[in-house]
Design a protein around this ligand. Structure first.
Ligand code: 3H9
Length: 708
């Protein structure tokens, strides 16, 4: 008997319980334990049927992802050994009923599909999310799922990786019944019902498989779609190749083809990067010194100051988590506009079928618009989301300090300003913290939490926990200018502008980075966010510019002309009513003229220089942040960039990417840029040090965030 799998009896039914907390992953010992249960059933005449169920909160959430790293490091064989176990289950002489609750994901769903029947709790979800790890199903998922759910559904589930709920699983034929009430009791009753009745193996159920000729157009369309939707990514296309095998090859050959594709993906840099992101999203929640014993304060209601784009998005995030929101503006027109924007956002969700009218009504009923601070004494957390300017922020914090009850948290959504200076306008700096949301705040998963010098551990812990409650991932940053995200974004966008001023076209710069994998080019991103935002910040910090050091010239001049980007119809690009961009010859000619006037030599610039200058500018600044202790670990920077700045997950984040390229190479390229472009490119000391020692950012740990 394995500790991870337990066997009990209910009369003639053998119950196999997987007990490998927290998510019953198929860690070493689990597949073997299941196989031993099947052996028992086969060899014991008194067993008439088997129920396989998960202990705790879930069925099997998939293969143990930790094992993949051991395989690619050469410490273990490629073969996780799941296929022979699933074959044993499928070939069991007694019917096997899989009882699903929580999540049957990846290898979990593959295990479930090797059983002869599947029953599920109404709240269960099933899915093949392997693509999100840069993988494909590697234990028959691409062969069994099309046989149960049909080709179209299998393509959708394996290529997008999104789970489906029990009701849909029943409709599509993956699940045979939904059990209301106790799952184990229901599964045992089902097993008793079908014991002794003929049953079929999933591998033999070919009736839903179309002929290769009928499948061809569907598969071709899936490939076209995947190439567009999952730009540069190999796993979605590999999943389609494997599924194609289900309709063109006998089952065993399809399984072998899937195995080969799985291993190719497993050893790819893309998969290693995406697995880094998977674990990284969870690691960033762990803050040294702020452990499980640190209390977190209850947040039963929230006050948001400012009902503009950010304030509105922040309000929606809390309403979606059913946290009542008091939304304050200074005048009636602005407040009405803010509330109307929230309503419009919800109306779109209804139109897209994501929410029902009733759900929207429930959320809107939790929103209290207001023009004053009268009820701010009721909130546990106040978040300021007003214009980015120190004087205004301090004024708001002075007011919040007066009206909010002692102990209430005062958070600022500033993207660049000092938390400590803002906190100095209050009598409670220990309760002041940065909560930097990203636009659109109700969509973007990143929340950059910024600790000030005095911010208490309880307040940090509360904000880190709260992020999860509102569906976000919090990354903790120290209080430096621009924190982690925008401090790095500065040099990145600076290089993009320099490149244009040196002769590259706006489109060439944006396209190079887009093709490389960024969600959007850096100049188009500026137009989207509003060029005036950076302009205002640059003016605020102009006194810190070092005399004689080159600064970009074009963007400020575009702003002086009122070209703020999308919202004014022009910036780096020109925009129509629907905000579609077209290249703008006027801007291009002006920038060229300004650059020549400034004596900047013009030249042709290759795509790899564009990418290296922008991406290594991120890395070099990231190295300083890490070294100075404003980020806890390299992974915090990676997660901030993947979740907040459209950095491709399949490259793992800027620091991980640099590690994969090799820090020696990155360092040499940075030195080359320093020689050509001067001191802005001085290599970060940590980059130089790690490159010389043959080390990585991922292996560097300081263990605490600096507070100022
Ligand atoms: C696969 O199956 C390939 C197959 O085709 C077979 C090939 C042969 N392994 O997310 P949480 C950890 S690929 C190892 O915070 P939640 C997680 O790191 C796999 N560890 O909880 C965390 O650890 P810690 C396909 C795992 O309730 C803890 O469990 N499956 C795994 O918010 C709690 O996780 C997937 O991709 C794992 N498979 O969400 C599913 N899963 O506490 C991946 C979780 O130390 N998992 N951990 O930070 C998930 O999507 C979510 O974890 C789940 C629970 C929805 C299950």
């Amino acid at each position: 008997m394995s500790d991870l799998v337990k066997y009990t009896r209910d009369g003639e039914i053998l119950i196999v319980t997987i007990d490998n907390p927290p998510v019953n992953a198929l860690s070493p010992g689990v597949p073997q334990g299941i196989a031993a249960g099947i052996d028992q059933a086969d060899s014991d005449d008194s067993v008439k049927a088997v129920v396989v169920i998960g202990a705790g909160r879930t069925f099997i959430a998939g293969a143990d992802i930790n094992e993949f790293g051991k395989i690619t490091a050469g410490e273990k064989s490629h073969d996780i050994g799941l296929n022979p176990v699933l074959e044993k289950i499928e070939k069991c002489s007694k019917p096997v009923v899989m009882a699903i609750h929580g999540t049957a994901f990846g290898g979990g769903l593959e295990t479930a599909m090797s059983g002869h029947y599947r029953v599920a709790a109404a709240s269960a979800q099933i899915g093949q999310p392997e693509v999100k790890l840069g993988l494909i199903p590697g234990a028959g998922g691409t062969q069994r799922l099309p046989r149960l759910a049909g080709l179209a559904k299998a393509l959708e589930m394996c290529v997008d990786g999104a789970p489906i709920k029990a009701a849909e699983a029943l409709e599509t034929g993956v699940v045979d019944e939904i059990i209301m009430g106790d799952l184990l009791e229901g599964a045992i009753a089902w097993a008793r019902d079908i014991a002794g009745v003929d049953f079929r193996r999933t591998r033999d159920r070919n009736e839903k498989l179309p002929s290769p000729a009928d499948a061809a157009p569907l598969i071709a369309a899936a490939r076209d779609n995947a190439r567009k939707k999952y730009r540069n990514m190999m796993a979605p296309l590999a999943a389609i190749d494997a599924i194609e095998g289900a309709v063109t090859l006998p089952f065993e050959d399809g399984l072998a083809a899937e195995q080969k594709l799985f291993v190719d993906c497993l050893f790819s840099a893309q998969s290693k990067s995406m697995i880094h992101v998977f674990f990284g999203e969870r690691e960033v929640a762990k803050v040294p010194g702020v452990g499980k014993d640190t209390p977190s304060l209850p947040v039963r209601s929230v006050g948001v100051v400012g009902a503009g784009t950010m304030g509105g998005g922040i309000a929606i995030s809390f309403l979606n988590a059913r946290v009542p929101v008091l939304l304050k503006e200074v005048d009636r027109a602005a407040l009405d506009r803010g509330v109307a924007a929230i309503r419009k956002n919800y109306a779109n969700s209804v139109k897209r079928g994501r929410l029902t009218e009733a759900q929207v009504d429930e959320r809107m009923s939790l929103l209290s618009p207001t023009l004053d601070y009268n009820r701010f004494n009721e909130v546990d957390l106040a978040i300021e989301a007003v214009f980015e300017g120190m004087d205004l922020k301090k004024k708001v914090f002075g007011q919040l300090d007066r009206v909010c009850r002692p102990g209430a948290i005062l958070a600022t959504n500033t993207s660049t300003l000092s938390i400590d200076e803002i906190a100095s306008a209050t009598s409670r700096p220990e309760s002041v913290i940065g909560a930097h949301f990203f636009s659109p705040a109700n969509v973007m998963k990143l929340l950059e939490v910024v600790r000030g010098a005095a911010t208490s551990k309880e307040v940090i812990n509360t904000c880190m926990q709260l992020a999860k409650k509102i569906g976000k991932v919090a990354v903790l940053a120290g209080n430096c200018r621009g924190f982690i995200g925008n401090r790095m974004f500065g040099p990145y966008r600076r290089e993009a502008q320099f490149l244009v001023e040196e002769g590259a076209s706006v489109e060439a710069v944006d396209q190079a980075l887009y093709r490389w994998g960024m969600a959007m080019g850096p100049l188009a991103t500026g137009d989207l966010a509003g060029l005036d935002v950076g302009w205002r910040i640059r003016k605020e910090f102009a006194h810190l510019d070092k005399p004689g050091v080159r600064q970009p010239i074009a963007e400020d001049r575009l702003c002086e002309m009122g070209r703020f980007g999308q919202k004014t119809g022009s910036g780096w690009y020109r925009y129509d009513e629907a905000r579609n961009a077209t290249p703008d010859e006027t801007a291009a000619a002006l920038v060229r003229e300004w650059a020549i006037d400034a004596g900047i030599p013009q030249r042709e610039i290759a795509e790899d220089e564009i990418v290296d200058r922008c991406v290594y500018a991120l890395v070099n600044e990231g190295a300083r942040i890490l070294e100075e202790g404003f980020a806890l670990r390299a992974v915090d920077i990676d997660i901030a960039y993947v979740l907040g700045y459209g950095f491709p997950a399949y490259r793992g984040g800027p620091m991980w990417f640099a590690d994969t390229v090799g820090l020696k190479h990155v360092y040499e390229r940075v030195l080359e840029f320093e020689q050509r472009h001067g001191e802005l490119w001085a290599p970060a000391p940590l980059l130089a040090e790690l490159a010389a020692e043959g080390k990585t950012f991922a292996g560097f740990a300081r263990g605490k965030t600096k507070t100022a």
